[in-house]
Design a binder for this molecule. Structure first.
Ligand code: ASP
Length: 578
């Protein structure tokens, strides 16, 4: 039907006869002559319809998004008609044949726009029109190339891509399951996988040795801009790793190649590493954005005996006094400082103390401290005139300091564009949930560090695990671990998580059994591909890199799913909606 893509044509094609097919981007009639910008997936080319040309009477009836096929000759535009803003701006097609393949209703929004002339709901309802927009075409080309590069890399490294079931049993990844009722076993349900975790571990028991999959996962969570009910992850697992570095290197290699082949960027590998404890102590968060510094600085040693009771008591009570230096922020108004105080309190701090370094030190707590104490604090932060010191005191001040650091950095626009990858390693094996009960920091299949196993009975919360996260610019991209491959240890972990033997057998019996049949040491990772592509594309929302996404209420404006179903269908499943 066509010989070329529109935007592949250049001045080198002048004189060629071509056939093109695509959508009418826009039509202009100028005194009997018609110009049309024709669009296909590559971009635009200008069509020129001479006024008297035979068979072209219909040219002036063309409307936006009509589908046409044209034949014509590539010609050079007159000098003053050259359009430097258009890739094909030096040429146009002198049309000699026009075929209208299909008409379009007036589109709900402009394809040539940036989407801001409509609502996102409308864009998603008419996603097939939205996908024609240049940024969408670019995003999905990028997405394809990321997938292809990952497949190439892992295939070349000897990994096998094998699918795992969607109709399966619950995998504990910390979210709610999507359930699918079984017709043949009425009253029973499959769960859609939150991840292929257990299956990939079974691949290792099955001797597959190196597995990867670009796989859809399902988690029934409340949605935010950076979550979707279904999402795609690069899932992988290897057997007999020397240590965790074996796994990390296979991520670094793949990501470096993806950036090289899709964005022509050379990333520096290996990525820097921080232990979880270091990340928390220095940045107050387990996914620090290292595009800026502003590290947490502990001044407990300076203020343990100072005249300000709040500080002295905090240190005496086993807590800490620590803060961050907000350079050049001494000009913050009272209301900005109140806002920062609210941020700190919302994150769990008792209050906020601030010191403005000006000609003298301006601070509500200055009157409680001696000149020497004040200058010792200022000096220990390396603060200069114009700087602001934010201080918190007590227990559990790391996370609130982390929040303050992020808030100030956002206000001051400190994060320069860049690709700051970071591994955070040595996560604790357990943490406490809202009810104060022991829960896995990652998932229950993560192994404790060998030298920590002895603490399982005595001090489980202090146990360091073989789990690691990958962070990009302060955003968690994925996580993984070296796994437990011993049934007794796995059972022990279940016991600590208050999963009884009966329940463990019911939920994970198939897996526990596999551990008894020659399970090799193994470990793996899962990387959120949607999020990676979103960041690479410079988009703010996952919905801009997922072809048919759901809204934040889990609704698909295109298909209008989810929907009620007919009673007969429910009856067949033995269900009633009450
Ligand atoms: N199953 C984990 C997840 O989906 C990743 C892993 O441990 O490999 O987050």
């Amino acid at each position: 039907m066509r010989t070329d893509y529109c935007a592949h044509l250049t001045a080198a094609d002048v004189g060629r006869t071509v056939a093109l097919a695509g959508w009418v981007n826009r039509r202009r009639d100028l005194g009997g002559i018609t110009f049309v910008d024709l669009r296909d997936r590559t971009g635009l080319v200008q069509l020129f319809f001479p006024g008297d040309a035979e068979g072209l009477e219909q040219a002036h009836t063309l409307n936006r998004e009509d589908v046409v096929r044209v034949t014509g000759t590539v010609t050079r535009r007159g000098e003053k008609n050259v359009n430097p803003d258009m890739a094909t701006g030096e040429i146009e097609i002198q049309v000699n044949g026009l075929e209208i393949l299909n008409r379009s209703k007036t589109p709900p929004f402009l394809v040539e726009g940036d989407g801001s002339d409509t609502t996102e709901e409308t864009r998603l309802r008419f996603r097939y029109v939205d996908l024609r927009r240049e940024s969408m075409q670019r995003n999905f080309l990028l997405r394809h190339r990321v997938f292809k590069t990952l497949r190439d890399y892992y295939s070349e490294e000897g990994f096998l891509e094998i699918e795992t079931p969607f109709l399966t049993k619950s995998t504990p990844e910390g979210a709610r399951d999507f359930l699918v009722p079984s017709r043949m076993a009425a009253g029973s349900f499959y769960a859609l996988p939150q991840s292929p975790q257990l299956f990939k571990q079974l691949f290792m028991v099955g001797g597959i040795d190196r597995y990867f999959q670009l796989v859809r996962c399902f988690r029934d969570e409340d949605l935010r801009a950076d979550r979707q009910l279904e999402f795609t992850q690069l899932d992988l697992e290897i057997s007999f790793p020397d240590d965790k570095d074996d796994v990390l290197q296979h991520l670094e290699g793949a990501i470096a190649r993806v950036f090289r082949e899709t964005l022509s960027l050379e990333l520096e590998i290996p990525f820097p590493r921080l232990t979880h404890a270091e990340a928390m102590a220095r940045y107050g968060i387990d996914k620090p954005d290292l595009r800026y510094g502003m590290e947490i600085h502990d001044i407990s040693y300076l203020v343990g005996d100072c005249g300000f009771r709040v500080f002295a008591d905090a240190v005496a009570g086993g807590g800490k006094v620590a803060g961050i230096l907000a350079e050049g922020c001494a000009g913050y108004s009272r209301s900005v400082l109140d806002g920062l105080q609210q941020t700190a309190v919302a994150a769990g701090a008792k209050g906020l103390a601030w010191l403005k370094v000006e000609e003298s030190i301006v601070s509500p707590i200055a009157k409680f401290l001696s000149e020497e104490e004040l200058s010792a604090i200022v000096e220990s932060f390396g603060a200069k005139p114009g700087d602001l010191i934010l201080l918190l005191a007590g227990h559990g001040i790391q996370a609130p300091l982390g929040e303050l650091r992020r808030t100030v950095a956002a206000r001051e626009n400190l994060a320069e564009q860049g690709w700051n990858f970071l591994w955070v390693t040595d996560f604790p094996l357990f943490e406490l949930d809202e009810a104060g009960q022991l829960t896995s920091s990652h998932h229950p299949f993560t192994s404790p560090r060998a030298e920590e196993i002895g603490k399982l009975q005595t001090d489980p919360l202090s146990i360091v695990s073989n789990a690691y996260d990958l962070v990009l610019n302060g955003i968690e991209l994925g996580s993984g671990s070296i796994r437990i491959h011993d049934r007794a240890l796995q059972e022990e972990i279940f016991r600590l998580l208050r999963i009884s033997l009966e329940e463990a057998e019911l939920r994970f019996g198939f897996f526990l059994r596999a551990l008894e049949y020659g399970a090799p040491p193994h470990g793996g990772f899962a990387l959120g591909i949607d999020r990676l592509v979103m960041l690479m594309a410079g988009e703010q929302s996952l919905r801009d890199v997922i072809a048919f996404p759901k809204t934040t209420t889990g609704f698909c404006p295109l298909t209008e799913a989810p929907m009620p179903v007919a009673k007969a269908q429910l009856d067949e499943l033995g269900l009633s909606t009450g």
